[in-house]
Ligand binder design. Structure first.
Ligand code: FES
Ligand code: FE2
Length: 424
């Protein structure tokens, strides 16, 4: 049961390049601090805009013990509030997703407008000041249709930099004019950091993801050049040359595609577009588009896959015909919710333009396979024999970028102004 001082010691003594000490994955006290230091202070991915397409549409999400409601107003803006009535605190909206007029608490009928103002509260007397009892707002930022929230009073300002860097990549896919084709919720039996670490590498892909790797080259995941024989070395060079050629082509079509790597920023992120093999159209089992209605103004299907990863809790894949978003929310030290949303053009008709099964097979299978890897990972870090082990410099640098970022942010929380504490 680590004390505050123990956690400080663990953060200070974390060795870069190695996995974390066991308590980071197992201790309830550290999960509590993760919620306080990471999830309550950083921008986290909450939902895709098309989850609440119309005025009055509302979704809720749980961040540790906190419930948040997101509501699209008549002005089409999404606003976020703590899902807590200002009378006696009742949970306002229990549904994961619903459509409402005003926000009405069913306990005693207090009503709030779409901007959170208390507009109706009976029997409170003449001296009662409604203006002091509006809903507590949370920061909301819509970046090209991806909705991020921040629960801190003062949100990290570098979200502006992420928006400026990413909008040119994301906007051509026109997420605002998509609709949700399917959403799944999977509870992984592991710590949220194992879910993220697993997401930040494809070292495990060749042997664990037969569906995911259909349109992916093994050389796209990083490799140790010294370990390749001459033939494979030539294959790797040919692949990298082909990637360069595709980047040049995409850029000439107005699609930014080269890697952006800002994973160690406070609002950390990374993006890049990679070619897909086979027909190269989409991340499906036959590498063809899953939806005939291409997104935005795309006329060509073979645009590869644009991936966008954010610290601490999301990743997204944008293709010419569909988008898949993933949000990760901790449920306990060894339980994590992965919410996956598949989106297609809003005018695409199920059965005619796309089949949900074909659209969702790759990531439904891959999520299950990843959940199983996270499960055995959690069993391992909970074993008395576990010791931190080394990340591959060739294939796991993004994992280090995640754990290093996490340790920096914990250090900043424990000793504000000294995020270099871990490197002392
Ligand atoms: S607790 Fe919401 S109206 Fe009383
Ligand atoms: Fe995986």
């Amino acid at each position: 049961m680590p004390s505050h001082e123990d956690i400080r010691h663990l953060v200070r003594n974390r060795v870069p390049g190695l996995t974390l000490e066991a308590p980071f994955y197992t201790a309830p006290e550290i999960l509590e601090m993760d919620i306080e230091a990471i999830f309550n202070r950083h921008w986290i991915f909450a939902a895709a805009g098309p989850e609440l397409p119309e005025p009055g549409d509302c979704v809720t999400l749980e961040v540790g013990p906190a419930s948040i409601l997101l509501l699209r107003g008549e002005d089409m803006q999404v606003r976020g509030f703590r899902n807590v009535c200002r009378h006696r605190g009742a949970r306002l909206i229990e549904a994961r997703s619903t459509t409402i007029g005003n926000i009405v608490c069913r306990y005693h009928g207090w009503s709030y407008s779409e901007d959170g103002a208390l507009i109706h509260a009976e029997h409170m007397g003449e001296d009662f000041d409604r203006s002091c009892h509006g809903l507590i707002p949370v920061h909301v930022r819509d970046i090209a249709g991806l909705i991020f929230i921040c629960l801190a009073e003062e949100a990290p300002e570098d979200i502006d930099e992420m928006a400026a860097a990413m909008e040119p990549y994301l906007l051509p896919h026109d997420l605002a004019n998509c609709k949700v084709a399917l959403q799944s919720e999977l509870v992984e039996e592991g710590n949220w950091k194992l879910t993220l670490e697993n997401n930040r590498e494809c070292y495990h892909c060749e042997t664990n993801h037969p569906q995911l790797t259909v349109p992916l080259s093994e050389f796209g995941f990083g490799f140790s050049p010294d370990e390749l024989d001459e033939r494979r070395s030539e294959e790797a060079s040919a692949y990298l040359a082909a990637v360069e050629e595709r980047h040049a082509y995409w850029q000439s079509c107005g699609l930014p595609s080269s890697e952006v790597n800002r994973l160690r920023d406070v609002t950390g992120f990374r993006a890049m577009r990679l070619p897909l093999l086979g027909a190269g159209e989409s991340h499906t089992l036959d590498t063809r588009v899953a939806s005939k209605k291409l997104l935005g103004r795309f006329r060509e299907a073979a645009l590869g896959g644009l991936s966008f990863w954010t610290q601490p809790n999301s990743w997204h894949h944008f293709m010419s015909d569909h988008v898949v978003t993933f949000s990760v929310l901790p449920l306990g030290p060894d339980r994590t919710l992965v919410r996956t949303t598949w989106l297609v053009h809003k005018d695409a008709i199920e059965g005619q333009d796309y089949k949900t099964e074909q659209l969702a097979t790759v990531w439904t299978m891959t999520n299950q396979e990843d959940a199983d890897l996270v499960r055995i990972g959690q069993l391992g870090v909970s074993d008395p024999a576990y010791r931190p082990g080394p990340y591959s410099p060739y294939t796991e640098s993004m994992v280090e970028a995640f754990t290093g970022w996490y340790i920096d942010r914990m250090a900043e929380h424990l000793e504000p102004g000294s995020s270099a504490m871990a490197a002392e």
